[in-house]
Design a protein around this ligand. Structure first.
Ligand code: AMP
Length: 281
């Protein structure tokens, strides 16, 4: 496995891969790897000759009061895990390499961002789209793998790839969970023991909502209230949002119809957790 920190070297290696006829599968991450990330790598290995992972905690996608400095990092551990999972190249640039000076052209995401996390994290998806614009141009992948854990991100990347004609196939991968249902996340390490025990209730509240929809409940307001009440009763977390939208358009729905996402965000003392389920009615 190669570890590359320079954009120039990365571009040279990707050019070499291509000239040798290899396809490239790409897994962008912020590191502190867990089974969620490694599942994306496994998927990438299935359909590509080479697998590239980037590890970059992107300052542009963190707000001024968010956890950029506190975001967990452990490159030595990531390196071992990535190597074992069969990653061929880790692209591990520092902030100066990616942003040597202020950008003269910025990316602003217009659709699919005024709801869910985009609403409470202003500018977050502009930061995501900006860094991906650069990373896609550097890595030149055939396929890019993203987790449905961050379903709004998948929706935004879908727009970016289509609008800017990246010749990249977006591959969404289902959320990987702990045995008790909690979605795996690098931020889970910031839960206290008590919060960690409560956290599986997030997924349970979503499953309950799906059961209601399957039992023909048509009132989306009632379903959202049910989720909120469940979380408030069973956890010490504070509900940031409970929403149901069409997916991937993320438009409001008057009633259950077509492909939908039920998404929640809950603030615990040191970590804000998100989770979602997509279903088709
Ligand atoms: P992050 O390092 O948090 O930016 O995540 C990198 C990629 O891994 C993103 O595409 C995430 O959606 C994906 N990912 C994170 N957690 C999970 C999970 N529990 N299951 C599936 N994919 C995940």
């Amino acid at each position: 496995m190669e570890i590359i920190r320079s954009i120039k070297q990365m571009q040279q290696l990707m050019k070499q891969f291509r000239s040798e006829g290899n396809t490239i599968g790409y897994v962008p991450t912020m590191g502190f790897l867990h089974e969620g990330h490694l599942t994306l790598v496994n998927e990438a290995r299935k359909n590509n000759d080479k697998v590239v992972m980037s590890i970059f905690v992107n300052p542009l996608q963190f707000g001024p009061n968010e956890d950029f400095d506190l975001y967990p990092r452990d490159f030595a551990r990531d390196e071992q895990l990535a190597n074992k999972a069969g990653v061929d190249v880790i692209f591990y640039p520092d902030v100066k390499e990616m942003y040597p000076k202020e950008l003269s052209v910025t990316v602003k995401v217009k659709d699919r961002v005024n709801v869910l996390c985009g609403k409470s994290r202003k500018g977050h998806f502009d930061g995501v789209a900006t860094v991906l614009m650069k990373l896609f141009n550097i890595v030149t992948p055939d396929r890019a793998y993203f987790g449905m854990k961050d379903a709004q991100q998948v929706a935004v990347v879908d727009g970016l790839i289509h609008d800017y004609n990246f010749p990249i196939e977006l591959v969404p991968v289902p959320t990987v969970r702990e045995a008790d249902g909690l979605a795996k996340s690098s931020r889970n390490v910031y839960l206290s023991n008590k919060e960690r025990n409560e956290a599986p209730e997030l997924y349970k509240s979503l499953q309950k909502a799906v059961q209601k929809l399957n039992a023909n409940e048509r009132d989306l307001g009632k379903i959202k209230n049910g989720i909120q009440a469940h979380i408030e009763e069973k956890t010490s977390g504070i509900v940031d949002y409970v929403e149901i939208y069409s997916y991937p358009q993320l438009l409001p729905l008057m009633e259950p119809k077509g492909k939908m996402i039920i998404a929640i965000a809950v603030k615990f003392s040191k970590a804000r957790l998100i989770d979602n389920i997509t279903i088709e009615i």
